[in-house]
Design a protein around this ligand. Structure first.
Ligand code: PGA
Length: 281
């Protein structure tokens, strides 16, 4: 797991966006796993800005969102579908048919969830899955207690999540109690995971997820089992990490290509000393 600690939300957003930009430049038909929530908004803003500067192109990209509220149609202002259009899709050249957000109004949840999983696999899997983390350590809507092998399914939200989300609804009675969410197992199959977290209220769940035991009580901790995870934090979100100085050290000393080529370096050194001995003679 690579942990990158940035100064503030703005640098975090730029750094996380750079991962996506590099991916799209390497693989223009990449499959992106997208997340909603306030944290990735800055990352999406960066992507839109780079798109406007013609630095990236979404014409061949496919996206899969992590989750959606059950009962909200895609045009409901609080639906995740609406959120994604507002923050990203409306501003870039992604074809409508390449966008996948779970259908919150399906009448057959099971069939829909199976289809969603099948589509991800049919397209070769998710190249990079963007993730936020909830105050209780959840990823997507995998609330505490979710199986770490879970797949896309209908999930009953925790009371605390319902309370946290109530601020977005005029009538607290309208806050959805269920969601369709990718499972922890689905997320772990993404080729690369990019977790972003900002602010002091994320310091504890981040410390638990990165340095705590792997437990279904903190579903983000399952990312410790994934072999290619990048976590981009600001100072506040990193403040409870025991090894934060080490993570900074690792980042600053990240080897550039060739740095670890000890064998070649040793050969060059031997060649040099052979030459100077020959010159001396
Ligand atoms: P946030 O949500 O980015 O709005 O804090 C994260 C989450 O609950 O997954």
């Amino acid at each position: 797991m690579e942990v990158i600690i940035t100064n503030d939300y703005d640098s975090l957003s730029k750094m996380a966006a750079q991962y996506v930009i590099d991916l799209l430049n390497r693989k223009p038909n990449a499959v992106l796993g997208l997340a909603t929530g306030s944290t990735p908004v800055g990352l999406y803003r960066e992507l839109v800005a780079r798109y406007r500067e013609h630095k990236i192109d979404f014409a061949q990209v496919t996206t899969f969102n992590l989750d959606e509220y059950v009962g909200l149609s895609s045009d409901h202002p609080q639906s995740y579908s609406h959120f994604m259009r507002e923050h990203l899709f409306e501003h870039i050249n992604i074809p409508e048919q390449a966008i996948h957000v779970p259908n919150g109004t399906t009448t057959n949840h099971e069939a829909f969830c199976q289809w969603y999983e099948g589509e991800i696999q049919r397209l070769g899997g998710i190249d990079v899955q963007i993730l936020g983390i909830g105050g209780d350590g959840h990823i997507a809507f995998n609330e505490p207690g979710s199986s770490l092998g879970s797949r896309t399914r209908l999930k009953t939200l925790m009371e605390q999540t319902v309370v946290d989300n109530a601020r977005f609804f005029d009538d607290p009675g309208d806050v959805p109690r269920y969601a369709i969410t990718m499972g922890v197992g689905t997320i772990l199959e993404a080729h690369h995971c990019l977790l972003v977290a900002s602010g002091e209220n994320k310091a504890e769940p981040i410390a638990q997820a990165i340095e705590g035991p792997i437990t279904s009580l903190v579903t983000a901790s399952a990312l410790q089992l994934h072999r290619d995870v990048t976590v981009v934090l600001d100072e506040a979100a990193a403040s409870q990490l025991q090894l934060r100085d080490y993570y900074r050290w690792v980042h600053v000393n990240k080897p550039s290509p060739g740095d670890l080529d000890w064998h070649r370096k040793a050969e060059t050194q031997a060649e040099k000393s052979r030459r100077s001995t020959a010159e001396e003679l």
